[in-house]
Design a binder for this molecule. Structure first.
Ligand SMILES: *Cc1c(COP(=O)(O)O)cnc(C)c1O
Length: 377
C-alpha cells in the first residue's frame, strides 16, 4: 500500500524545535513565558488593525471566553452559523445558553446576512433578542462579513468571528480575524498553522485582552493568597506549545501560498470533468487561504456519487472527507431553532473536501489526479 495522503496534516517549517529548546533551557515549562508573549506579538503584527491577541489552549475555549465576555447567561439565545464544526456551537451550551442556527448563502457557504436579520427580528418578536452571533469563514472562505457586521451593529448584538479556518484569508483587503467584537483562531493539528493544539482570542483593545487573560488563568484577584470574585477558566496556552506557534508564523505566508496552489491544481484537474464545481472565491473582494479545497457534484443523485468517490479514493489510501454536517441536523442539537432555506444541507449532500495540506507533494498530486481520472472515466 502506498503511503497515506492526508486531508491536512501538520507541516513544520523547521525552526519550531529551537523555540521549544529555549523553553527547556530556561525552564519556562508553564502556561506563560517568552514563547506565549512572542507568539501573541507575532499574531498581533500579522493581523494588524489593532488586534490584541490572547493565546489559549483551543479555539473552542476561545469561543467560550468570548461568549462569557459578551455577557451571555444561562437561558439566553445565541445565533450560530449552522454550516460549521461543533467547536463553534458547543460553547453556547457550556454557558447554559440556547443555540439558534442560521443558514448559509450559496456564494460563500457562510452565514446569510438575510437569514441572520430574520432570526434577530423573530427573536425580538418572541421576547428573546439574541445576545451574540457566531459567524464562520468556512474552509478559509471569507463570509459576507461586512453585511453580517452591519446587521449586528443595527440591532446592537455582539459579533464573534470564528476565523479558526481562516488565518491568512482576507475580505476587501482586511484580514479575517479582525472583524466583529471578538475573533477566534485555532491551531489544532490540521489547521493552517498548528501548535499541536491551541487557539487564540482576538480582542479589539488592550483592556479586553487583559480581561481575557485574567479569565483564562482562573480569575485570580490581586491578593497574596488565592482569592477569587469571578469564576474563571484554566485556558491559557502552554509556553512549549507557543514555541511551535512562533516557528509556524515564520512560514505562514508560504503555507497559505501552497494551499492556494493546491486549489489551482484542483481547478485544473476538474476543468474538463462534467458536473464538478471547485469551491471558489466569488470575486476579487474575497481572498481565501483555501485551507481545504472542496468540490460539489452538481447533478441529480449527487449524494451516492460523491460518497462513492470518497470510498474510491480511500482504496488508493487518499483521504477525503464529507463537508461539515450542519449543526441543526446533528442529533445533539435536535429540536434547535433554525432560520433558512436548507442551502447548507443541500451543499453538505453534494460536497467533498480533498487533500489540501501545504505539504502535499507533486507525486501525491499525481496519485490524486490518476485516481480522480480513473473514477470519472
Ligand atoms: C477547528 C475549529 C474550531 C475549534 O478549534 P479547536 O482549536 O479545535 O478547539 C472552531 N470552529 C471551526 C470552524 C473550526 O474549524
Amino acid at each position: 500500500m502506498q503511503d497515506k495522503i492526508w486531508l491536512s496534516s501538520p507541516h513544520m517549517g523547521g525552526t519550531e524545535q529551537n523555540y521549544i529548546n529555549e523553553a527547556f533551557a530556561e525552564n519556562w515549562i508553564a502556561p506563560l513565558g517568552p514563547n506565549v508573549t512572542g507568539f501573541e506579538n507575532d499574531l498581533e503584527t500579522y493581523l494588524g488593525q489593532d488586534a490584541h491577541v490572547a493565546c489559549v489552549s483551543s479555539g473552542t475555549g476561545a469561543i467560550h471566553l468570548a461568549l462569557d465576555m459578551a455577557g451571555v447567561e444561562a437561558g439566553d439565545e445565541v445565533l450560530c452559523q449552522t454550516f460549521t464544526f461543533c467547536g463553534s456551537s458547543n460553547p453556547i451550551k457550556y454557558m447554559g445558553a440556547t443555540p439558534v442556527f442560521v443558514d448559509s448563502e450559496a456564494e460563500t457557504w457562510n452565514m446569510s446576512p438575510e437569514f441572520l436579520e430574520e432570526a434577530i427580528l423573530d427573536g425580538i418578536k418572541r421576547g428573546k433578542k439574541p445576545k451574540a452571533v457566531i459567524a464562520v469563514h468556512l474552509y478559509g472562505m471569507p463570509a459576507k462579513i461586512d453585511k453580517i457586521e452591519a446587521v449586528c451593529k443595527k440591532h446592537n448584538v455582539y459579533l464573534i468571528e470564528d476565523a479558526a479556518e481562516a488565518l491568512g484569508s482576507s475580505y476587501k483587503n482586511q484580514k479575517c480575524g479582525t472583524f466583529g467584537d471578538f475573533s477566534i483562531l485555532s491551531f489544532n493539528g490540521n489547521k493552517i498553522i498548528t501548535t499541536s493544539g491551541g487557539g487564540a482570542l482576538v480582542c479589539r483593545d488592550k483592556e479586553t485582552k487583559e480581561k481575557a487573560i485574567f479569565l483564562a488563568t482562573q480569575a485570580r484577584d490581586a491578593a497574596p493568597h488565592y482569592q477569587h470574585s469571578t469564576i474563571g477558566y484554566n485556558y491559557r496556552m502552554s509556553n512549549i506549545v507557543a514555541g511551535i506557534g512562533r516557528g509556524q508564523m515564520e512560514v505562514l505566508d508560504k503555507h497559505v501560498a501552497l494551499r492556494r496552489n493546491n486549489n489551482k491544481f484542483y481547478k485544473n484537474l476538474f476543468k474538463e470533468i462534467d458536473g464538478i464545481n471547485v469551491f471558489s472565491e466569488p470575486n476579487s473582494d474575497y481572498y481565501s487561504n483555501h485551507w481545504l479545497t472542496a468540490i460539489t457534484y452538481e447533478k441529480p443523485d449527487n449524494q451516492p456519487f460523491i460518497e462513492n468517490l470518497r470510498l474510491f479514493l480511500q482504496k488508493f489510501n487518499i483521504e477525503s472527507r464529507p463537508l461539515w454536517k450542519p449543526m441543526h441536523l446533528q442529533p445533539v442539537y435536535d429540536g434547535a431553532k433554525f432560520y433558512g432555506d436548507n442551502t447548507a444541507s443541500k451543499i453538505f449532500k453534494k460536497g467533498l473536501c480533498l487533500p489540501s495540506g501545504s505539504n502535499l507533494s507533486d507525486s501525491q498530486k499525481d496519485r490524486i489526479e490518476n485516481a480522480v481520472r480513473t473514477y470519472f472515466s
